[in-house]
Design a protein around this ligand. Sequence first.
Ligand SMILES: [Zn+2]
Length: 347
Amino acid sequence: MDLNKLILTNNRCYKAGKKITPKGIMVHSTGANNPELRRYVNPDDGRLGKNLYNNHWNIDSPNLSVCVHAFIGRLANGNVATYQTLPWDHRGWHCASGPLGSGNDTHISFEICEDGLTNHTYFESVWREAVELCAYLCKMYDFNPLALGVLIDHSEGHIAGISSNHADIRHWFIRHVLSMDNFRHEVAKMIDSQTPDPFGRTVWLYETNGTYAQDWILRPCKDGSYSFESVANGLMLDARGNRMEPGNDVWAYPNNGTDAQRWHIKAITGGLTPTVSAHPFADHGLALDIEGNRHESGTRIQLWEVNNTRAQEFTLVFRGLTPEGDVVVTLIHCDSNKAIDLKHGGK
Ligand SMILES: [Zn+2]
């Protein structure tokens, strides 16, 4: 993220001087074909370029009763950047109100400068910038971007009864076959990748080698689900953060009794070494999956939508019994003959 700061101190919203305790973030887009930041943010700081029409938002005018906390758009040199334009806890004027109140009282807001809405390169740049901005704000305020009503767009604010009836930013995302759900998940993923969890261990695909790093105790739970407990370090095969969504990491995590560690095992073929697929017990529409069905050692293990491909087929190889009589297995990816493995032995 290329984050800059130019507070719109002449705007009447800034001058109103009201503070909020932010509870979430509302995403907007400008609704006009002009991707240049200088259209809204000025004076020129050497990067924005000069607004020749003096129609930016840093003016005191009775005709300008809007202001947001940030803009994402193009600099004079064509690169995409973010400008913070209000203190994050300032009360913005971005979404008016609905029957249940006003998002102005609860949500930090930003506008993404629209272009003609069809340029995919520009869209990808502003999408990435917006994901980073939201991850940054979520960490600052300890927001969970996946929680209801926290990270929403203007159109969802209207559905929630806290804003005027606008279509942004859904109308733009749709053109690139994306939704606010995709956006929220990207933000959550970015926060995870920036937040080291001292307890989790990476699970990846690796040459089958007969070590404990590939041995899992298959433990039946009461309801027909199973957990996989590592023989190497006692951690459980786990959907990271208990997030049931395609693309989420599968890794190893201490036993915490959540659904993230319970799996539904479905037989594809029977026999002594059955071929199976494994599904999070909370969502059978997802499956344990080898990313891209790649064969290289080190390939990521993830959740993905059930698609009946070889990326989701595993052989359960019997390795022995624990003293308690539980079965120990190795999960072999059928296509590559490599195993689900704890990176570096799970240390
Ligand atoms: Zn809006």
